[in-house]
Write a protein that binds this ligand. Structure first.
Ligand code: NDP
Length: 411
């Protein structure tokens, strides 16, 4: 039986095993504060959630910073407070973000067989109702109407001393990773692993050229390492030479600085032949520069796409015949357009890919352990700099890899 105490623990300290406080420190978002992350996040004392059937409560040692926190803070494109209470939780007027963490299991709910108190774990963001008909019949949980991203759509995320998660969200902490590295593995590592390996007919294989936008970012830095592990040829796209050098260190075969081309963005007035020609000259230069890096007229078999509007037309243009543009985001905008001829004439595939499914966790875990891949952390920031960390992402400040929030640094 777990002992419940009225004592509130200072951030950076842990209760003795077997004890859970009633209340805790947490970074919350409230509707009236929606806006810039620097002011949207506020530290509050809130109740500690308790583990129910199939769930565990984790003491967070470190948490990863992701765009989800930025979108949640802004209240756009989704109002996360309005959705609060939709996912078998009580409705609260605050929201705790954070979709990835590393921590220690403190409370184990009924029916949990794979975890025990004291286990060192990492948690990913995929949450769904296991009793949903689609899930029970073996369908992809991401397509379930009950699917949500923990710490974005659902509450009680990682930016608190304790989090409540489903047991299936957890995996053993890989031993070769520090607490901070382990905390930033899942939210970008697992989705990009899925992008590269999940889509039958276009799964990554030896010798494939993989074009990776935002090569120095969270998704990109993992994509480069994974592509190298699969003996593919990673080619990064970046916006500064410093970021390019960083991608080379990670294992990219080469990089392209997107500032050297002028065709990005939506295809305004593209039906005017002069406009199309101008676009094609720059897009073709970009394609030839990929060939130059690869050392052959081999275009990308897979394009790891997430900037959205600015890059989608180019991604489809440069993709190899029969290849795949796989997208999971829209940093520059979600309203995009492209020339359909490049899609059908060369039988290319435009594939949406979202989050991760726990059925792939074991496979991903094995690859991470076997390869020794580590997510790269640009900065480990203390608890009180959490709003600043999100503001950095929001303002597009240079982040090489990931940002981690160290919650219990001395462990
Ligand atoms: P990061 O900020 O770490 O990296 C994004 C990179 O994108 C930047 O380094 C930047 O690189 C590049 N970029 C930004 N704007 C543009 C642009 N206009 N054109 C080309 N490149 C651009 O973010 P993450 O890697 O963590 O996430 C990237 C996106 O993927 C986000 O929108 C996020 O929400 C989404 N995402 C979706 C997931 C899902 O499951 N659906 C999972 C994880 C992330 P540079 O300036 O050097 O080109």
């Amino acid at each position: 039986m777990i002992k419940i105490t009225d004592k509130i623990y200072d951030v950076g300290t842990l209760p003795e095993p077997g004890t859970l406080p009633k209340q805790m420190h947490a970074w919350t978002i409230r509707e009236e504060r929606f806006g810039e992350p620097i002011t949207s996040f506020k530290e509050e004392i809130v109740n500690v959630p308790r583990a129910r059937h199939g769930e565990v409560v984790i003491a967070n040692i470190s948490a990863g910073v992701n765009y989800n926190g930025v979108w949640a803070a802004l209240g756009k494109p989704k109002n996360v407070i309005a959705g609060n209470g939709s996912y078998d939780d009580d409705k609260e007027d605050f929201h705790i973000c954070g979709s990835e963490c590393a921590g220690i299991v403190y409370e184990v709910g009924e029916g949990v067989t794979n975890l025990k108190a004291g286990d060192y774990v990492i948690a990913g963001g995929a949450q769904f109702d296991e009793n949903c008909e689609l899930v029970k019949s073996g369908g992809d949980p991401v397509c379930s109407p009950t699917y949500r991203v923990w710490g974005y759509e659902s509450n009680w995320g990682a930016f608190a001393q304790f989090s409540r998660v489903k047991a299936y969200q957890c995996m053993k902490k890989p031993e070769h990773l520090s607490w901070n590295e382990a905390a930033v593995l899942m939210a970008t590592g697992m989705p990009v692993y899925k992008m590269l390996t999940h889509w039958k007919g276009n799964q990554i294989k030896k010798g494939d050229v993989v074009l990776i936008f935002g090569g120095s970012g969270g998704l990109g830095s993992m994509a480069i390492q994974l592509a190298k592990y699969f003996e593919a040829i990673p080619v990064a796209v970046v916006s500064t030479e410093e970021k390019g050098a960083y991608c080379m260190e990670l294992g990219a075969k080469g990089y392209l600085n997107r500032k050297n081309y002028n065709h990005w963005g939506r295809l305004h007035n593209y039906l005017d032949p002069k406009v199309e020609k101008k676009w094609l000259i720059s897009a073709m230069k970009f394609k030839k520069d990929i060939w130059r890096i690869v050392g052959a007229k081999h275009s990308p078999d897979i394009v790891v796409e997430h900037p959205g509007a600015d890059t989608i037309p180019t991604s489809l243009f440069v993709c190899e015949a029969g290849g795949m543009v796989v997208t999971c985001g829209a940093t520059s905008s979600y309203r995009a357009d492209f020339d359909l001829r490049y899609l059908w004439l060369y039988q290319k595939r435009l594939q949406g890919s979202h989050s991760s499914s726990p059925e792939q966790y074991d496979e991903f875990y094995d690859v991470i352990v076997k390869s020794g891949i580590k997510p790269h952390i640009d900065k480990i920031m203390p608890w009180d700099k959490l709003p600043e960390a999100h503001q950095m992402l929001h303002e597009g400040k240079t982040v090489l890899g990931k940002l981690a929030i160290s919650i219990v640094p001395q462990i």
